[in-house]
Design a protein around this ligand. Structure first.
Ligand SMILES: NC(=O)c1ccc[n+]([C@@H]2O[C@H](COP(=O)([O-])OP(=O)(O)OC[C@H]3O[C@@H](n4cnc5c(N)ncnc54)[C@H](O)[C@@H]3O)[C@@H](O)[C@H]2O)c1
Length: 361
């Protein structure tokens, strides 16, 4: 008896759906011209490499407010400018025959969004509106959008699925959710489809050390930890030790930035293969590590001990935030390559050393 008989009708439907998509994807050999907004930043610069590695052609627009010109691969065409400059964006779309947009440009610091919400509603929401309008009027049919787990707020349970309530608890999350809503409505009204990827905690660096997290004053735990490991900081603060987790510190789902970049390339090809369909998908590994487990991993890799500074909880931090990643795996066949905390630490550390040489800090 064939194994298929053991599957339910729902499983069978999913298999047929996936097989159809793989067939369409395999047929697609066209090299795509992809406008990468924010391609000089942390995640965008990895996406540029992933596009080049997959045989596509990245064209970057970045205003360099937090990004670095040197972080953009030499093979990519670069335009310095703002995504809300519709004259420039329309010029790039026609000059470079843009097929799709990967939209990374944005502001990313949650506490800053609480202090200065209008900055976030401008840079993340209003400027995304302008970019989407340039895309639609310029005839670009596909967009991949950097969304975030912050759209969920404090989820009622973890792992969190895409269809669970989205109740953001800070302007950063709201600014991204509003852009997701615009994309949904625009896709319903125009020849346009999109994939909103809700990232969990992005970490690590390109395994070949071509780019990495270079943001000045970054707030990401692993970035802070590797800076401390290299003597750039005296200690690492641990905020809250009384969460409902095994060791009392917050648990997060850390995804290697190169796996995230590859998810974008797969999403791009899926959007082109099936232009009638849009997606909102979590991007994470589906399991997490506590703050102390991350610091222990850094200690293991460096064979040293970081100084930990225990502090009170920060407002609005959930106990655990873990993705349910079944949808992206089933729909796109996404297969993470670097789901290994020690390897993520090794890559982050290697990049931090290289950054010291580049920036001389
Ligand atoms: N880093 C994370 O853990 C994380 C998690 C969830 C979502 N995201 C989202 O991913 C995207 C990229 O994040 P990142 O960590 O690479 O940040 P980053 O600051 O390193 O990169 C953002 C890039 O966009 C550019 N930029 C910003 N506003 C612009 C504008 N108006 N016009 C042109 N360029 C502009 C910056 O100069 C920078 O190069 C952001 O939209 C962020 O909200 C990041």
């Amino acid at each position: 008896m064939g194994r298929l008989f053991l599957f339910s009708n729902v499983d069978k439907a999913k298999l047929v759906d996936r097989a159809a998509w793989v067939w369409k994807k395999n047929k697609m050999t066209k090299k795509l011209n992809v406008l990468v907004t924010g391609g000089a930043g942390y995640i965008g610069s990895h996406a540029v490499l992933a596009l080049i590695d997959a045989g596509h052609r990245p064209i970057v627009i970045d205003n360099l407010v937090t990004g670095f010109r040197w972080a953009i691969a030499d093979e990519a065409t670069f335009y310095e400018g703002d995504v809300s400059d519709s004259e420039l964006v329309r010029k790039i779309i026609s000059e470079q025959a843009i097929d799709a947009i990967m939209h990374f440009a944005g502001s990313v610091v949650v506490p800053e969004s609480v202090e200065n919400p209008l900055k976030y509603y401008n840079n993340n929401t209003a400027k995304s509106r302008s970019l989407i309008e340039s895309a639609v009027s310029g005839g670009v049919r596909h967009m991949i959008f950097s969304s975030t787990a912050a759209t969920y707020g404090i989820p009622e349970s973890s792992p969190v699925r895409e269809d669970m309530p989205t109740i953001p608890i800070n302007p950063y999350g709201t600014s991204k959710l509003m852009t997701e809503m615009m994309l949904r409505d625009v896709a319903a009204a125009h020849d346009f489809n999109y994939c909103a990827l809700r990232y969990f905690n992005v970490a690590g660096a390109d395994p070949l050390c071509r780019t990495g997290q270079s943001t000045i004053g970054a707030t990401h735990l692993l970035k802070i930890a590797v800076e401390a490991a290299l003597g750039k900081r005296a200690s690492v603060s641990v905020f809250g030790t009384d969460y409902a987790t095994e060791d009392g510190t917050g648990v997060r789902d850390y995804i290697h930035v190169s796996d995230l970049a590859s998810a974008h390339v797969i999403a791009l090809e899926a959007l082109v293969a099936d232009p009638e369909r849009s997606h909102t998908l979590n991007c994470g590994y589906g399991h997490g590590y506590s703050v102390l487990q991350v610091l222990d991993a850094v200690d293991r890799v460096t064979n040293n001990r970081l100084s930990r500074k225990f502090e009170g909880r920060r407002a609005g931090d959930p106990d655990a935030l873990i993705s349910d990643n079944i949808a992206i795996k089933e729909r796109f066949g996404w297969q993470p390559q670097y789901d290994d905390l020690d390897q993520i630490v090794q890559h982050a550390l290697a990049w931090e050393r290289r950054l010291t040489d580049i920036q001389g800090t």
